[in-house]
Design a protein around this ligand. Structure first.
Ligand SMILES: NC(=O)c1ccc[n+]([C@@H]2O[C@H](COP(=O)([O-])OP(=O)(O)OC[C@H]3O[C@@H](n4cnc5c(N)ncnc54)[C@H](OP(=O)(O)O)[C@@H]3O)[C@@H](O)[C@H]2O)c1
Length: 285
C-alpha cells in the first residue's frame, strides 16, 4: 500500500497498515516526516511517482481537494490500472469531479470520509465511509479495514463526502451549543469544570433522538406526537438571546436558529414539531 501525505492523519493511516502486516510505502511533500515510520518498517519514496509505482492501492490523505490534484495530476498516467483511495476531506462535488477524472485516466477512485481522529485509527471506534466503484471497494476492503470499520455508502463518488459532511455538521452543531453554554457560565465566573457534569447529563438526556426525528423527516409530517411545539420554543428562545446579551456573551451562534424559528412560526407552523424547520433548509427541492 502507498500512503501520500504524512500529516497527523496520514501518519496514523500508514501506521495502521503497518500494524496490520501490510508492506507500506509513504511520501510526504515536506521530507523528514517519515522518520518514525521508516524506523518501524515503512519505505519512504523520494517522489510521488516512485510512491505510486510501488503499490496497486494508493491512499491520499492531504490538506484539501486542490492539494490532491497538485499531487496526483503530474502522475495521472502512472495511476492507470491502480486504485486511489482519497481520504482527504472534501465536498460531494469534489468527490464526483475526482471520480470523473480518475475514469478519464483509467484508474479506480474510491472517495472516502474518515470518521475518527488520528488516535482512533485502527481501533473499533473508527469508521471510514467509501463511495465509488464497488468492485474496487470489495478488492481492497481487507486492507482498508486496518483503518477501522469500512462502510460502503454508494457508487456515486459524492456519497462518502455527503455522509461525512452531514456527520461533521451535526458535530459542529453540538460544538456550537457546548461553547455557548460554557461562555454563559464563564460570564458569571463559574468554572467550566464545575458545570461540565450538568452539561453532560443534560445533553445525554435530550440528545440522541435521531431515529424519531428521522421518522418525521421521512414522513414530512411534523404534527405527530408533538410535546414541545415550535411556537412555545420560539417564544422561550428569545430568552436565550436576551440572556446572552445580559451576560455580555455574543448570541451569534444562537441567532441563526432563532431566525428560522420565527420564520416557520410566522408561516403558521407554530403548533408543529421543531423538526419541521428542515423545510426551510431545503432550498432546492
Ligand atoms: N486530523 C483529524 O482529526 C482528521 C479527521 C478526519 C479527517 N481528516 C482529514 O485528513 C486530511 C489530513 O489531515 P491531517 O490531520 O493529517 O492534516 P495535517 O496534519 O495538517 O497534514 C496535512 C498534510 O497535507 C499535506 N499537504 C498540504 N498541502 C499540500 C500540497 N499542496 N501538496 C501536497 N501535500 C500537501 C501536508 O504536507 P506537508 O508536511 O508538506 O505540509 C501534510 O502531509 C484532511 O483533509 C483532514 O480534513 C483529519
Amino acid at each position: 500500500m502507498t500512503v501520500l501525505g504524512l500529516g497527523a492523519m496520514g501518519s496514523a493511516l500508514a501506521g495502521a497498515l503497518l500494524a496490520a502486516g501490510r508492506p507500506v510505502t509513504v511520501w510526504n511533500r515536506t521530507p523528514g516526516r517519515a522518520d518514525a515510520l521508516v524506523a518501524a518498517g515503512v519505505t519512504e519514496a523520494g517522489s510521488v511517482a516512485e510512491a505510486v509505482g510501488a503499490s496497486p492501492l494508493v491512499v491520499a490523505c492531504l490538506w484539501d481537494h486542490r492539494s490532491v490534484h497538485e499531487t496526483l495530476d503530474p502522475v495521472a498516467d502512472a495511476l492507470a490500472g491502480r486504485t486511489v483511495v482519497n481520504l482527504t476531506n472534501g465536498t460531494p462535488g469534489q468527490g464526483r469531479e475526482l471520480g470523473a477524472w480518475a475514469h478519464e485516466h483509467g484508474f479506480a477512485l474510491l472517495d472516502g470520509g474518515i470518521m475518527a481522529v488520528p488516535p482512533m485509527i485502527g481501533t473499533p471506534a473508527a469508521f471510514v465511509l467509501y463511495s465509488g466503484p464497488e468492485e474496487a471497494f470489495d478488492v481492497h476492503r481487507a486492507a482498508l479495514d486496518a483503518f477501522g470499520e469500512s462502510r460502503f455508502v454508494g457508487t456515486d463518488h459524492g456519497m462518502a463526502a455527503l455522509y461525512d459532511i452531514a456527520l461533521l455538521s451535526a458535530m459542529y452543531g453540538s460544538i456550537m451549543g457546548e461553547l455557548h453554554a460554557f461562555a454563559m457560565v464563564r460570564s458569571a465566573g463559574v468554572p467550566a469544570v464545575e458545570f461540565a457534569p450538568l452539561l453532560q447529563r443534560w445533553t445525554t438526556a435530550v440528545g440522541g433522538f435521531h431515529e424519531r426525528t428521522a421518522e418525521l423527516v421521512d414522513a414530512r409530517d411534523y404534527t405527530r406526537d408533538v410535546v414541545s411545539n415550535l411556537g412555545m420554543q420560539a417564544a422561550a428562545y428569545h430568552n436565550l438571546i436576551d440572556a446572552a446579551h445580559e451576560q455580555g456573551v455574543s448570541p451569534e451562534l444562537l441567532a441563526p436558529l432563532h431566525a428560522l424559528m420565527l420564520r416557520r412560526t410566522a408561516e403558521g407552523h407554530g403548533h408543529e414539531d421543531t423538526v419541521g424547520l428542515i423545510e426551510l433548509l431545503l432550498t432546492r427541492r
